[in-house]
Design a protein around this ligand. Sequence first.
Ligand code: PLP
Length: 499
Amino acid sequence: MSGSPDRGRARDERTDDWVEEHVEEGLEAIAGRALRPLARFVESSRASQGPVYRDSTVARITDDLALDAWIERGGLREDALEAFLASYLTWCTRLHHPGFLAHQIAVPRAESAVADLVSGMLNNGAAVYEMGPSAIAVEQSILGWMLGTARFRVDGSGGSGVLTHGGTLANLTCLLGARMAAAPEAWTSGVPRDLVVLASPAGHYSIARALSILGLGSDALIELPCDALGVVDGSRVGAAIDAVRESGRTVMAVVANACATATGLHDPLDAMGRACRERGVWLHVDGAHGASALLSQRHRHLLAGVELADSLSWDAHKMLGVSALCAAALFRDPRGAGRAFQQHADYFADIEGGQINPFDSTLECTRSGLGLRLFLTLGALGERGLGEHVAGLYDAARLAHEVLSRESDFACPYEPQSNILCFEYRPSETRSPDGAGDAAVDVEALRRELSRRGDFLLSSATVDGRRCLRLVVMNPLTDRHVLERLVDAVRSCHGGAQG
Ligand SMILES: *Cc1c(COP(=O)(O)O)cnc(C)c1O
């Protein structure tokens, strides 16, 4: 039944039937219906049951879930709702499965999922103070904590930031700040043609995309000198900046990876930071994935020198067990976040009054309260617990390296620094005696076969010119046993994929 026959009906003419059809079940009842199948799904995934990923097509799922019929008829409620959600889940990718090793997305903890429910029901925003006072207070505390962790804020002062829907938006926001510093006139009269950005070729595509959006064009991205794995050579950054300047162009920013998406390897922030400081150049650190290593005592050295940066992007929905999206654009300058967007700079006056209106720091107008996801997770685990969570995932990638390196038919092009590791499978029949004429395994066919069997999901990447399988350990349940089973699974899939 569509709603149209009711449209002209006055309130006092509404019958009990109308009310029954239009008033929703209470929150507790509906949440309970969603919770039962959801909790079963998560628990079975944790127990390695069900396929990590179920290969299908949009058409098949649309049909199986009768999506078009529900849109047309309505009435998806009560038992039908519960049954629908149960079917919906059967097509979902199981991030809580220990064999989910493909992508950099958190295996969310229940605290952050509950924050989603709470924020969703309240719909309190985080752009204008009176639309979400507690959401904005939580966001400011979270930002203060992140700024302190990055040492952009010392002894309670310095730094500024904003939470964003993802690292892509955080990178754009930070680079807007860099553009404001290098060419403040760009906001009103357009972008000067000589602006360039220096970054590693291993940078995330969101950097090149941001340059296009910012009006520099992706051609304005100049590659920094780096090694075969795409790690920037810190000793040559100063000379690279000088050379660009001598050619008459203006360096808007240097971008460092912490860490690079494909390999999980870190650029040398200290050397890059010093080269930039000496020359007055903005250093942006893309820490979307790896800034979380700052929380682990054993791993924070990977970001040594981050305090020299001018801006940092940092995703909580990757390494911190937080549901997507929750990222931060952080600036060392206390006014940096507010300078990224110019229309509402006068709202700074309100900060002194304790009522912060972050909409001058963000691309978005209506903006959800992103901070609660991270806050409830951090509140439950504490800073140390969260650091141990990161360290545990990083340790598991080292374990994967150890397990794979022991096998003569596997090879790792590098030792992992984070929880990301690329590796090659080289069964003996593909290897020539002198190593020169190695035939490559069809990585994509292998990956597809692996996911079709349902126990593992991996990704792939090109490292030093070679197509590799790529694993990203996001799940604390991924242990030695799981990794040893991966070795067997790859071997047996290779046979299957060939046959
Ligand atoms: C994931 C990632 C991004 C993009 O972040 P989203 O939250 O997916 O938008 C940017 N940079 C790096 C280095 C990343 O790993």
